[in-house]
Unconditional design. Sequence first.
Length: 701
Amino acid sequence: MNPNFLQTPIPYLKGVGPNRADTLKAELGIETYRDLLHLFPNRYLDRTQYYKIAQLQPSGADVQIVGKIIHLKTVEQKRGKRLVATFVDETGQMELVWFRGHKWIRENLKINEPYVVFGRISKYGSTFSMPHPEMELLSEHQQGVKIAMQPIYPSTEKLVAKGITNRVVGKMMQQLFIESKGQFPESLSNSILEELRLISKSEALFNIHFPKNQNLLAKAQFRLKFEELFFVQMQLISKKLLRKQKIKGMPFEAVGEKFTGFFENHLPFQLTKAQKRVIKEIRNDLGSNAQMNRLLQGDVGSGKTIVALMCMLLAIDNGFQACLMAPTEILASQHYTGLKELLGNMDVKIALLTGSTKKSERTLLHNQLENGNLNILVGTHAVLEDKVQFKNLGLAIVDEQHRFGVAQRSKLWHKNEIPPHVLVMTATPIPRTLAMSLYGDLDVSVIDELPPGRKAIKTVHRYDGNRLKVFGFIKDEIQKGRQVYIVYPLIQESEALDYKDLMDGYESIVRDFPQPEYQISIVHGKMKPADKDYEMERFVKGETQIMVATTVIEVGVNVPNASVMIIESAERFGLSQLHQLRGRVGRGAEQSFCILMTGHKLSEEAKTRLQTMVRTNDGFEIAEVDLKLRGPGDLMGTQQSGMLNLKIADIVKDNQILKTARYHALQLLKEDPRLEKEENIPIRKAYSRMMQNKTIWNYIS
Ligand code: ADP
Ligand code: MG
């Protein structure tokens, strides 16, 4: 085969003209033969079976029936018309229905000729109907290629509207296999193929598109999933190796006066074992010649901040500057205040930079950064702006990573001539398999222990009807001197409605908790930062007992005296969000509570989320459930959902394959790091092509 065959632009394929090519590109990103070849079916239908109309069940399944159209009519309905065909076989009659494309269908349908119709069955009254069936004349159907398992390709409304139905995609695929004679270059080595008993690439591609039976389909899927995950791991691992070899880090050899001084005179508590271990791991990295890229995972409240501070002191001891970035202004300013407090009278210059820092202050700050007078900069995304230049940034810490895109992480690298060490801290525990895929290029440290004396938070689920009781409970807690959060959902799509809910809720709370006995703060995204800070401040100082808020307090805020978290419309939050919110309480010595409020209408998934929250406080367990419920894309938040651009593998369901793939990638890179051995040439070719096209990952910096 011509080596460039797969690069052929898709319009060259017989049956694809420029119009279809445009649609394929816009809807599915298909531009070349290779792209089409890698359009894998979502699912398969068993087309060995033919149903009789009398056998049909209202199961919503796709079925295949042989029969004839005996009558066609147009029915007027509220909006537009529908075309209805009466379809019969020897056992009964049903309807075929079209809501679009009437003219074309009317002109092309043949009355009283045997057809094979295929589609999803629904039932209206006593009549079965099949909307927009796939139709083929029985005579043609009998001549066509017989495939037992019918592939169903990813589709969109636009594709169908432009006539690119599943059948048409199937035809294109056939054409592609005819032109290529079904021969495609192998991309794995013989030893891997043999060891794992994988079928060849050509066989796999054939059987993924035209499976002869279930068994071959399973083999094809296994082979292609393995390959996909294998190359992802190759990329991550080699990136990490490369970084360790090539990118010189700035060695922090000295443990100096700042670090020791803090440890001896300012540390307000004993570090937990886990904190000590993590600091040691980080110090090892920093002391070596390589650049650190480490992910620090620790559940909410596990004490990541102090770890961050001690690392920054280490940087200062070695003559470098450090910065700490947080995803929100509130969080950044809380870090700033918190760090200042921890540092006490130590001679460390620290400043805050956010979107609302005044221009005059900003200019001053920029100067101090550039001439090295400032040791630590705390801030939001504002830190990433090009204007912000350091004299010698040695360590960059990113808190609550899931709010930051990977692109932003890489921007940090360019803040210094030699890239600074990077520590990414996240409170969203990431299941191991996912961490392997998302952060395979990072080293990982885990704080798996909470500071002593914490009482497990008690979590309950209450229906809205019990609100008065819940309010009574809040009053008791406030009586005892505690503070309370009441959180409302804020989902972007229904922002206006959500604000209405929030304000309605706020008013009813104000009625039930009248001044002057009760003081209430409110914080939401539409407020000016200064007003938010003011309200936050009042709550932090204990001047108000109730904080009504949208999810802006989701991450990081630390008010140890707050012991009750009420989450309104809890069914609308995702698990990791619920867990984050709950983590706002339980930070002091008192027993804390989390109350999940909902109405009675709950989806099964929402019930699972609520039950999980009630059952456990373990962030890792929650993350596992979350991953199963939502899949990996969502788990990381919208910013990163595009990251795992997998075509066939699913890192939740296929995590066994993932482990195998990682193992083999590690093995290979150990034995033949440059892929020079004869037998690894297929891998090298496939890999370098992927790196050129960035087909696996287009985000890696
Ligand atoms: P997170 O990991 O969620 O960022 P923080 O760093 O905000 O957690 O710490 C949560 C609380 O626990 C803070 O009030 C902090 O002062 C306290 N803390 C952290 N480490 C310890 C420790 N070893 N012993 C006692 N309290 C600690
Ligand atoms: Mg934190």
